[in-house]
Design a protein around this ligand. Sequence first.
Ligand code: NI
Length: 182
Amino acid sequence: MTIRRVLRIGDPRLLKPALSVKEFGTQELRGLVEDMGETMAAEEGVGLAAVQIGVALRVVIFGFEGNSRYPDALPVPRTLLINPVIEPLTEEVEGDWEGCLSLPGMRGLVSRYTHIRYRGYSLEGDVLTREAVGFHARVVQHECDHLDGILYPQRVRDLKKFGYLEELVESGVMGAGGIGED
Ligand code: NI
């Protein structure tokens, strides 16, 4: 297992749609998922997409059980999703602060569906389907955006609600306790 370098905004590889995984259970895929897990843990992220380590495949991981950086967020089960698909189960959206390992130290206010169903495959190609609300739903939408080459600043509607975490908190634009990252 290797901790990989996380690409940062400005790298064009983050803006390209990723390709579907065609073959499951391979050593190559297993190695990728292991590296992603290692990298996410090292960065203390709550999610990571393969594109963020320069691999243009539709693979995401996310989840945590209590992360000191997000004290208010409910736990999200540790999950691997290959070729994920999201279906909104409501038209309701909610704005909250997001961060991303590809934009270290920054936050932006992003609207996301509050209730979704997602579906994807495991390493071995088994189907996983789950419903999610709140922060869990937000993380999945954020990660799946990476697979379409979308970074969260593209979803920030009001650029006054985007910037460096320290400045946003210091100026009072962002209340303490906003949730972050990826
Ligand atoms: Ni991200």
